[in-house]
Design a protein around this ligand. Sequence first.
Ligand code: ATP
Ligand code: MG
Length: 319
Amino acid sequence: MKEVLSVKNLGKYFVKGEFSRQKETIRAVDDVSFSVKKGQTLVLAGESGSGKTTIARLILRAIEPDSGEIVFDGIKIDNSTTILKKMRTECQMIYQDPYASIDPRMKILDAVREPLDIHNIGRPNERKELVFSALSDVKLDPQEIALKYPHMLSGGQRQRVAIARSIATKPKLVIADEPVSMLDVSVRLGILELIKELQDKHDISFLYITHDLATAKYVGHEIAILYLGKIVEAGPIDEVLLQPRHPYTQALLDSISEPSPDNLHKEKRIRINEPLKIDTYKGCRFRARCPYAIEKCKQEPTLEEVDNHRYVACFVEIN
Ligand SMILES: Nc1ncnc2c1ncn2[C@@H]1O[C@H](COP(=O)(O)OP(=O)(O)OP(=O)(O)O)[C@@H](O)[C@H]1O
Ligand SMILES: [Mg+2]
């Protein structure tokens, strides 16, 4: 199956407190590789600070990578104007906060039209038509909504407008960074369903970023679990979530599972430890919190294929 995006050995370090005595290098993204298949959704999951948004910003070239390469639609991304132009039209982003991602001074028609104007897509007199079609795609009534301002809409409607804006340029890839986490629980499912529907209709690939495995399962085909800038486990989403092989994936899953009679019988409920004070970047990064840690974990495990398309970076057999 063709890949729309492939990320190889991507790295980004930040220096925290550059001018203070406690200077610290944060390996926000460290030797990360993954790919997004055409027409599919790859979920990037991990806790706050695991590097999810940094990866999105690196792909969109909002920041420069320190190492590694990104190949989009068969072309290696660099800083040349033509490549960045292709990237900015064919790869779009949906943000977490629908209140911040749409300019409050713009009418919906203009907000959705803006990327078409910027990237010169369609003839100027056809653009209103394209906006209306994008609004219909996200299940909003164009006639009713086009001349309204964002403050006249609900959070869910605003996120639909933000999605319309992101698909108006007919992108090949959409990066959605926690697109439902700020929305009311009652409208989340509708947005997730919309994402799936748009994928089927327009063959859009998604990189879906979240800390929430329950929503991830709903939209994803494959998943990569990030822990402090490293992928610790990856594979087909149903398999990874049904039978997690990395202690961190297990812990993440346990944190969302409801107390049910099934779970009460599950002995291997893992509780992650209080982090030990060790150098996070030496050996396995999860070692400081892992209940299964052994001496060998002081070395760094590599992400290896342990089964058909299942990748795990762990020395311990936990299943
Ligand atoms: N511009 C920056 N300067 C310094 N450190 C940064 C910068 N951007 C991100 N970081 C650090 O990099 C790490 C990863 O941050 P990132 O925002 O990518 O995490 P995230 O997984 O998106 O978290 P969240 O779920 O909270 O959005 C964090 O430790 C963060 O503090
Ligand atoms: Mg983030």
